[in-house]
Design a protein around this ligand. Structure first.
Ligand SMILES: O=C(O)CCC(=O)C(=O)O
Ligand SMILES: [Fe+2]
Length: 298
């Protein structure tokens, strides 16, 4: 895994292709001063807000399609309108700028949520499946991508502390070593297919059940499996990357097994990039897994 510093003076279709190739190879792109990062006063304001103590929410999330922010608690004295304004403006700025930086993705992606992460990550007490200090690939339980890619753009808004990520080996290597144990064989079984058919039937009668594929079932299982596998966690740490205060970085987090070891105060925008926007879709997790499984997973 390489961390590539973006040269903003090269913005254009050709440079965009080069950066997309890096992302698809499992590299991380970094921007020292993203023009869409919040102004200093807004960063400071965000850091002063206290998250809901009830902690039903892991993060505070801005949902672009609803223009709504969830996870806020007015009872803690949080200025909900201001948090919403800052997050929505980060979201719009990131989508606009990165959309111009990576035009082949920006033309086709679907916007997912933007989040604010105000809690210190080191020593955070969360149930295993929700822990982010354990290396994992991302898969959202309620928002299956059907093979689409999870591109996430993060900005560290801490005044001085880095946000430290630890990443693992290339996706192909992890699949070779763990995909079968994680259940690649069983997501294509008759039982698993039947469960997905029930979801399809629910949609037909108008119930809200997002379309799931064998790919989504596997990625969810892989996410859980990697977090729970102590041997993997202990022996497959490869790179430690401290993202300095103020920096922005982006990666395909469905491909890079990653964890956050420490850091506080970050904001993030997620975009779902369809496979037909890839420079080389044969490198995507779906293609890697289908090759290994010997059958279609969508
Ligand atoms: O907050 C971070 O730096 C990364 C957390 C993470 O891995 C996740 O939200 O899936
Ligand atoms: Fe993650």
């Amino acid at each position: 895994m390489q961390v590539i510093t973006i040269n903003t003076s090269l913005l254009g279709e050709q440079y965009g292709e080069e950066l997309c190739r890096h992302l698809e190879a499992g590299d991380i792109l970094m921007l020292e001063h993203a023009p869409f990062a919040p102004a200093e006063a807004d960063k400071e304001f965000l850091r002063d807000q206290k998250q809901s103590a009830s902690s039903a929410f892991k993060n505070i999330a801005y949902k672009p399609h609803l223009n709504k922010t969830t996870g806020l608690s007015a009872d803690s004295g949080m200025d909900c309108d201001a948090v919403h304004r800052i997050l929505s403006s980060y979201s719009k700025g990131a989508v606009d700028y990165v959309g111009r930086l990576l035009p082949r993705y920006g033309r086709k992606w679907k916007l997912d949520f933007a989040t604010y992460r105000p809690v210190e990550e080191e020593g955070r007490d969360l149930p295993l499946k929700r822990r982010n200090d354990l290396m994992h690939v991302d898969a959202f339980p309620t928002r299956p991508t059907n093979g689409g890619r999870i591109l996430r753009i993060f900005t560290n808004i801490h005044p001085s502390k880095p946000r430290v990520w630890v990443t693992s080996d290339p996706f192909e290597d992890l699949c070779r070593d763990y995909a079968i144990a994680a259940g690649l064989g069983s997501v294509t079984s008759a039982g698993a297919a039947l469960k997905r058919a029930v979801g399809r039937a629910a949609r037909v009668v108008g119930m809200k059940a997002p379309k799931r594929t064998a790919y989504d079932d596997f990625m969810q299982a892989f996410h859980h499996y990697l977090k729970a596998n102590e041997q993997f966690q202990q022996t497959r740490m490869r790179d430690t990357t401290p993202f300095a205060a103020g920096t922005t970085w982006m990666a395909f987090t469905d491909q890079i097994a990653h964890s956050v070891k420490s850091g506080q105060f970050a904001i993030e925008q997620t975009c779902i990039v369809p496979l037909d926007a890839m420079v080389d879709s044969a490198r995507a997790p779906l293609a890697v897994l289908e090759k290994l499984a010997g059958c279609s997973l969508v």
